[in-house]
Design a protein around this ligand. Structure first.
Ligand SMILES: Nc1ncnc2c1ncn2[C@@H]1O[C@H](COP(=O)(O)OP(=O)(O)OP(=O)(O)O)[C@@H](O)[C@H]1O
Length: 239
């Protein structure tokens, strides 16, 4: 369903992505892993449209993504969260979702019942009228980030370090919430996380990045035993 082929991105002299290819199948959860600066978030940015690649192609459900606007990509079903939660200031939790839903739906219409359903599925219904910028704890801000992405009615949900910074119990609960929404909304997912246990727990497959290149792609358990992957985590510079 998503096909990324030979993607390259340069920021001045920095080669953030070099000839990167990977795919995501329908209902699959793909993990993107690798050390800091390896190119994971840049890949998300290319898919969602905030970074333009220097080469490569991306298709989603037959659509040529790189020729599409950010808004078109959302209406094709590509939704994402951001590493740093970005609630809209001076709006309630519910109003944040209304804005996201208007943006995501081709007809721009608001479906209140869907908003309530999403808030319930991420355990935020009791905070629906709270001020999103000032009245939410960290886990709730992260849940809102996921809820905003869900409000755009995605079929592919891209999660950028949504579990980072949570303590063990909250992380486990949040992971279960993500699994539940995957089933409820029949989602495919791409998950960026540093925590290998989380990736093993959530993902059907992983793609490992190092210095802007894909160095492995496969079953999580096997991939984390791959010596080149282990070396990338211990900081060895490739020859
Ligand atoms: N807007 C930008 N301008 C210049 N360089 C950038 C920009 N965005 C990313 N980079 C560089 O591109 C490379 C890849 O960064 P990217 O954020 O994709 O890595 P990452 O794997 O997501 O890292 P992390 O795990 O730390 O989030 C890094 O060297 C980074 O400094």
């Amino acid at each position: 369903m998503l096909k990324v082929e030979n993607l390259s991105v340069n920021f001045g002299g920095v080669r953030a992505l070099q000839d990167v290819s990977f795919e995501v199948q329908t209902h699959e959860v793909l993990g993107l892993v690798g050390p800091n600066g390896a190119g994971k978030t840049t890949s998300f940015n290319v898919l969602s449209g905030t970074v333009r690649p220097t080469a490569g192609s991306v298709t989603y459900e037959g659509h040529d993504i790189l020729k599409s606007s950010m808004h078109q990509r959302v209406t094709f079903g590509i939704g994402r969260t951001f590493q740093i939660p970005q609630p809209m200031h001076e709006l309630s939790v519910r109003e944040n979702l209304i804005v996201a839903q208007r943006f995501g739906r081709p007809d721009g219409k608001v479906k209140q019942e869907r908003i309530d359903e999403i808030l319930e599925s991420v355990n935020l219904l009791h905070k629906a009228e709270a001020d999103a910028a000032t009245e939410l704890a960290l886990t709730e801000r992260k849940a809102l980030e996921v809820a905003k992405a869900l409000a755009t009615e995605p079929t592919l949900l891209m999660l950028d370090e949504v579990l980072a910074g949570l303590e063990t119990t909250s992380k486990k609960l949040f992971m279960q919430t993500l699994k539940n929404i995957r089933e409820k909304y029949s989602l495919s997912m791409i998950v960026i996380e540093h925590d290998i246990e989380t990736i093993m727990n959530m993902c059907d497959r992983v793609v490992v990045f190092n210095f802007g290149k894909v160095i492995a792609d496969g079953d999580p358990e096997e991939t984390f035993r791959n010596p080149e992957v282990v070396r990338s985590y211990t900081g060895e510079v490739p020859a």
